[in-house]
Design a protein around this ligand. Sequence first.
Ligand SMILES: [Fe+2]
Length: 331
Amino acid sequence: MKIVSHYGGVELEFDGLLAEDALDRLKRVTLANIPKSLCEESSDVTRFEHSVGVYHLACLVQADEEDSRLLKVSSLLHDIGIPCFSHIGERIMMKIHDFDHEKHGSNMVMDGNIGDLISKGGVEPCDVRDIFLKKHYLSPLLFGSMDLDNLDNISLYWSSIGEPVHYSPEGMASLFSVEGGRVLFSGTANDIAGWRRTRRDLYMSLNTVERRTREVMLMHALEMCAEEIPDVLFMDNCQAMAEMMENSGSSRILKGLENNILYESVVFKPVPFCDREKLEKKMAEKYPDCVLKIDHLKLDRDISFWDTHGELKEFPRTHKDRMHVGVYKPF
Ligand SMILES: [Fe+2]
């Protein structure tokens, strides 16, 4: 089946999966944590568009037929465990359900219909599960430091808001190969530099006081709703918004967001990298009536891949991690 993507037409195998609710739901979950309707500077590209993009990049990796099939279906499904409002929902999912989207997705691929469809496509569902749980030799291609997932999501998000992307996701994906149970990368530090630069530009752009305030308000509203209805996290963004509008506390916050009435930002500052739990405890004691959001700004990662000569190539990080403290006073 041919499907339109941001890379042009993509020939999709495993098209039976498209009818599955788990994949269809991603058409209504945005790649950005906060949708454009609640934050003007955000983007409305969806996790479904992104999943098809990652599938397309998987097709460009040089691998034998068996590995290629496994990588392709895992790419298409890699985000099915993501909650509504992506990482905003994930923080609450960790708190309430004590699992992240990879764990949730790994359970879903072993389940009924999805498991059957994967098997029919000639792939063992337990191999997909192992990729999601980072236990498979193909895991670094989807859940690694620089992988097909972030090659696509950075480029898709950044270009959707008209910003310049300094690398080619397709060019980078074709530098990966799989040989003898190992992921190899034939690119150079120069190839990686454009991806690093774009990623850093994007991550820095997300850290504005208005955007963080809006994210905190959405998180607060979702958490109130999830305390009453824990399954709200597994809904899509539209269903979750409707559910939140039924909750008096959540709807008050959402109405504020829609009318540009925001929480007051009491503290908004970067701090050197430190123990997050200790910092959270300290700030919670100091600002008992406020909502906290402490972000770990992962501006770069150490990257290492095997090269085609069987040598491990290391690409050390170019920017240090930072923490960022936000303290917001609810209305
Ligand atoms: Fe993803």
